[in-house]
Design a protein around this ligand. Structure first.
Ligand code: SAH
Length: 342
């Protein structure tokens, strides 16, 4: 049961309004105001004053505050650090592409997953985000920047499949034609590989893109950089990906952060090719973003290019992700980490 109006669907809001003796048609009006980012009930001039007063008492509105904002001088990428209602903070990155404006949002405050290369996990896990807290990242980035957001990636702080119910509700809300109306086909959900939840997600047959953070072709390597691999080894993960593709017909995108001397060798590429056989996959090669606290370093340009060529030659589409916002700590968790440490 959602307790924030902005985390509720239109029928749920209608239920709230019924208790306040209000007609059901007001639910759409209220939903639409909330999802336009109304900061106060006073703005909702098509609702009766008595209702606005009652709602303000029972469901106070909160607008996330911008704690920090960094703008890349190179590529227009903007990074926001938002303060949430309980004082916690999360980050969102706005990226501008030729196909539209995309936001990378956080799904949790901190992260439990412990990946060796990731800044989000360093301070530990605090809590899951509520649906409206994910929605507000999209909405308020759009309002603050004045740029219409058309694409969303769930690749910020946190593990979306560790916050499954709230993430599913967020997707429903952000997809609602009465709200932000962002198409599922423009949404990517990234997971470190929580196998049982990949199967649960497959059942929903959503049109979104599933990204799997693979980062290594074998348990031997993956165990050293991703603790989740001990619970769900690569064999199980790739089997779940096969089931996911079979169920949804959606091609899976594999994330592969290129780490110098760890996973960027010719042998790694050959093993990866072998293991992705028969899977309709796309591999995203991401030169590692160096995190201050970590000894891991990015692969050289030459090694990234060699790796890509090997995959492509074997018929596996592979792209090297253009790294945006390198000058503003845009890799997930870096800004929050700096802020909470200082
Ligand atoms: N928990 C989810 C989503 C958040 S991380 C997941 O693991 O997929 C989003 C992506 O950024 C993941 O692929 C993650 O492995 C990657 N990532 C994290 N830290 C990185 C770094 N320092 N350099 C490059 N990619 C990184």
């Amino acid at each position: 049961m959602m307790t924030h109006l902005k985390s509720m669907t239109v029928p749920e809001i209608a239920g709230v309004l019924k208790e306040l003796n209000q007609p059901a048609f007001r639910a759409k009006q209220l939903f639409s105001w909330l999802h336009k980012g109304a900061a106060s009930y006073d703005e909702m001039t098509n609702l009766p004053l008595s209702l606005r007063t009652a709602l303000a008492q029972k469901y106070p509105l909160y607008t996330p505050q911008v704690l920090r904002k960094q703008q890349s001088q190179k590529d227009g990428t903007v990074k926001y650090l938002w303060q949430l209602e309980d004082g916690n903070c999360v980050e969102t990155v706005l990226m501008r592409y030729h196909y539209g404006n995309s936001v990378c949002i956080s799904t949790e405050v901190g992260c439990k997953m412990g990946c060796a290369f990731c800044a989000s996990t360093l301070g530990g896990f605090v809590r899951q985000l509520q649906p409206h807290e994910m929605l507000d990242q999209v909405l308020h980035t759009q309002l603050d920047s004045g740029l219409p957001i058309s694409h969303i990636v769930l690749m910020g702080i946190g593990e979306p499949l560790d916050n499954y119910d709230n993430v599913m509700r967020f997707l429903e809300l952000v997809n609602d034609p009465e709200g932000m109306n962002i198409s599922m086909r423009h949404i990517s959900l990234s997971t470190c590989g929580i196998v049982p939840m990949i199967d649960v997600l497959a059942e929903k047959k959503l049109q979104l893109t599933l990204s799997v953070s693979l980062h290594a072709p074998s348990d031997e390597v993956r165990n050293t950089i991703m603790p989740v691999n001990k619970a769900y080894p690569t064999e199980q993960l790739l089997e779940a990906c096969r089931r996911y593709y079979k169920k949804t017909g959606r091609r899976i995108s594999f994330e592969y952060a290129m780490i110098n001397g760890v996973n960027d060798t010719v042998e790694s590429a050959q093993l990866l090719i072998k293991r992705l056989k028969g899977l309709s996959a796309h591999v995203n090669l991401i030169p590692l973003n160096h995190v201050e606290e970590s000894p891991l370093k990015p692969s050289t340009k030459q090694n990234v290019a060699r790796f890509q060529q090997l995959l492509e030659a074997a018929g596996i589409p592979a792209t090297v992700r253009r790294s945006l916002g390198g000058d503003i700590d845009a890799s997930c968790g870096q800004l929050r980490r700096k802020y909470t440490k200082s």
